[in-house]
Design a protein. Structure first.
Length: 165
C-alpha cells in the first residue's frame, strides 16, 4: 500500500550525492539605478530559469556561462565577477534523471540579439528582483539573484551613478 501511495504522490527527492557540474549565468542590466534580470523558459516545462549548461572541453566556467547566455537567451555581455554561488537541481530526460550542480555567474548584458540559436524554443523576459522572486521556482536560485544584486549595485555605484550598465 505504501509503495502505491509513493507512486501516486511522488515527493521531491533530496538533492544530495554526486552531481554533474554545469555553469550558468544571471544576465542583468542596470536601468536608472535598478537591476533587471533576463529570465528564459526551460524547453521541457516552460518554467522560468536562467541560461545554464555543460562546459565544452577546454572551456572555463565563465566562458561556458557566457556561451549559454548567447545560445539560450540571445544576449552577449561580460561576466562581471566570480560565481555568486551554486544551486542543485534534477535534469529530467525521458528515461532518466541526473543531478546537476550549477555555478552561477553574473553577466552584464551589452547586446540583446534579435536572432539566436534557441529563439524558437524559449521565451525571454526582463524582470525586476521582486518579479524574479515570483517567477523563479527552482529552489535556491532566487537567493543567488539576491546575492548577485548586492554586487551588481555596488559595482554600478562604484562606476559612477550616471553610468548605465
Amino acid at each position: 500500500m505504501l509503495e502505491t501511495v509513493k507512486q501516486l504522490w511522488p515527493t521531491r527527492e533530496k538533492l544530495t550525492g554526486p552531481a554533474i557540474t554545469q555553469a550558468g549565468v544571471i544576465p542583468y542590466a542596470v536601468k536608472d539605478g535598478v537591476a533587471v534580470y533576463l529570465l528564459v523558459t526551460s524547453r521541457r516545462t516552460g518554467r522560468w530559469i536562467f541560461p545554464k549548461g555543460g562546459c565544452d572541453a577546454g572551456e572555463s566556467a565563465p566562458e561556458c556561462a557566457a556561451r549559454e547566455a548567447r545560445e539560450e537567451a540571445g544576449v552577449e555581455g561580460e561576466v562581471t565577477g566570480p560565481a555568486v554561488g551554486f544551486y542543485r537541481d534534477r535534469k529530467v530526460h525521458p528515461m532518466r534523471r541526473k543531478l546537476i550542480e550549477v555555478a552561477m555567474y553574473p553577466l552584464r548584458v551589452s547586446e540583446q540579439l534579435e536572432d539566436w540559436p534557441e529563439k524558437d524554443e524559449r521565451q525571454r523576459h526582463w524582470a525586476t528582483l521582486e518579479e524574479a522572486r515570483k517567477l523563479l521556482t527552482t529552489p535556491g536560485l532566487f537567493e543567488l539573484v539576491e546575492r548577485a544584486e548586492e554586487h551588481i549595485l555596488a559595482a554600478h555605484e562604484a562606476s559612477g551613478a550616471g553610468h548605465q550598465a
